[in-house]
Structure formats: structure tokens, C-alpha cells
Design a protein. Structure first.
Length: 170
């Protein structure tokens, strides 16, 4: 039977570097927000780039990942390694500390964009066929017809954005 995990607690009264807690909370908030907006379910690889002032204050005694992995499904690294199979996907400003850089596998990103394009195309066609149905337009409440028109415009815009992103990846 495996040993139970140790529950490490931070005693803020003894913790001289409370800025690290502020930074951690800012990291968690921004990573969660990013994951929600981008609809990302798997773990995100995050790279932090601190300003010179905060870089000098940083030491290795505080492990951000022990909190980020369970709370934000992410792992932070302060050294951005060069790699050809991953590309910069997103940058988040973490004033006053610095910035976060998020990378994704190139193939994953293209595949994800293709899936989004298929979804938006299917929804666009569904809304369009509904609006082309004269019986629906005549019998449905006006607000429902208007809602479908808005969906049609929205899905057309989303398709265009995804197509632009796919063009950039070529």
C-alpha cells in the first residue's frame, strides 16, 4: 500500500516572502481563466518570465508546481527551452511580476483547430438550414428566429477566425 501523500502547509506568519503567494494566486487565476476561455482540459505547460526585480527575489525554496499542478492543472518553468515541436500559443501579462508564455504541441494545435472548424461549420449549416425553412420562420417566435440569425453570424465569424489561424500554421 503506498504511503499517504504529505500535506504541506504554508504558515504565512513565518513566510517572509508573501509576494510569492500573491504571485501564485495570480498564476492560478490567470491559468484557470486561460484554460476556460480556450476550453483546454489537459495539462498546460507554462513558462514564466519574471522582470529583473522579481527574478532577483526568486529562490528555489518555494515550489510553485506543488500548488499549480492540483489547483490549475499546470506546471510552470522559468527557463523557456528552445524546441521545434512546440510553438508559442499565448502570452499572459502578470503585472508587476512579468509574463507567462504558454506553448502547445504544433500537431495538437492544428488538430484542435480542425476540430473547431468542423464544429463551427456544422453549427453554421444547422442554423442556416433552420432559417431557410419557411415553416420554422413563420411559426417560430420572433425572438427565436432572431436568436438563430445571431448564431448564424457568430458561427460565420468563428469559422473565419479559425481559418485565419490555420492559414498562419501553414
Amino acid at each position: 500500500m503506498p504511503a499517504p501523500l504529505e500535506n504541506k502547509k504554508i504558515d504565512l506568519r513565518d513566510f517572509e516572502k508573501t509576494w510569492m503567494v500573491d504571485f501564485l494566486l495570480l498564476l492560478i487565476k490567470n491559468i484557470r481563466s486561460f484554460r476556460q476561455k480556450q476550453d483546454i482540459k489537459n495539462q498546460v505547460e507554462v513558462y514564466g518570465e519574471l522582470t529583473q526585480e522579481w527574478k532577483e527575489k526568486m529562490d528555489d525554496s518555494f515550489d510553485f508546481n506543488q500548488f499549480l499542478i492540483p489547483l490549475a492543472k499546470s506546471k510552470i518553468n522559468f527557463n523557456l527551452p528552445e524546441t521545434k515541436e512546440k510553438e508559442l500559443f499565448y502570452i499572459i501579462d502578470l503585472k508587476p511580476f512579468g509574463i507567462l508564455k504558454i506553448r502547445r504541441q504544433k500537431t495538437d494545435l492544428k488538430k484542435e483547430l480542425q476540430e473547431k472548424l468542423s464544429y463551427f461549420q456544422a453549427e453554421y449549416e444547422r442554423a442556416q438550414s433552420l432559417l431557410n425553412n419557411e415553416k420554422f420562420v413563420k411559426k417560430a417566435p420572433a425572438d427565436l428566429v432572431e436568436k438563430e440569425k445571431k448564431k448564424l453570424v457568430y458561427f460565420a465569424e468563428q469559422k473565419k477566425k479559425v481559418l485565419e489561424q490555420l492559414e498562419q500554421k501553414k
